[in-house]
Each structure stands twice: as structure tokens, then as C-alpha cells.
Design a binder for this molecule. Sequence first.
Ligand code: AMP
Length: 113
Amino acid sequence: MSDCIFCKIVNKEIPANIVYEDDQILCFHDVSPQAPVHVLLIPKKRIVSMDDVQEEDKELMGHMMVKIKEIAQILGLENGYRVVNNCGEHGMQTVGHIHFHILGKRKMAWPPG
Ligand code: AMP
């Protein structure tokens, strides 16, 4: 059994507000939203971080990238959005299951903090 909180969401052991799901990936609302719309896109397979992506994950990672625009459409992000991946300690990653934040419905600032 994994202690990974996102694996528990994948396995439906803890609830999440799901936006999109297929056999490979899951997208759900962040519990602590940093924008009016803030969801997380994850692979069902646990990859710890961007630093752990392997050659064999190319198709899965590509699948996630292709699905982002579909998810943005579901969420009504017609004016654009930001996609963020935090990797490792300096990237301020807090959950060890690779995920892409999709944030929208407000204008973002740059550079990030
Ligand atoms: P990061 O800091 O990039 O690793 O992002 C982890 C994100 O997961 C944070 O934005 C948290 O608010 C979010 N999060 C943590 N636990 C849950 C949960 N059970 N359901 C939804 N989002 C979560």
C-alpha cells in the first residue's frame, strides 16, 4: 500500500473533486486553490517528480500535455491559463507524485515567487 496521497485519490481511497479521468490520468480540484480555478493533473502511475521521468514515460507525459487544452475547455479557461510543475526542494514540491497545476480565471503575475 502506498502512503502517497495522490495514489490514494487515484485508488478512490480519499475523495477528490474530479474534472477529468481516463485510464492513464486524473485531474481534480486543488484543496487549497491559488486562483479562481486551480486543478491538478496527474498520471495514475506514480512518478515522483519531473526529475524521475524516464524514456518509457514519454507517451504518458505526451498524453498529459495533449489533454491540458481539453481540460482547460471543460473549465472554461478561454482567456488562457498557467501550467506549473514544481520539482524537488527548490521547486517547492510538496507532494511526491508528479503533477501539473492548471490555474486560471485571473491574470497571473510574472516572475513567480
Ligand atoms: P506542490 O506543492 O507543487 O507539490 O503541489 C501540491 C498541491 O497539492 C498543493 O497545491 C496542495 O494544495 C494540493 N493538495 C494536497 N493534498 C490534496 C488533496 N487531498 N486534494 C487536492 N489537492 C491536494
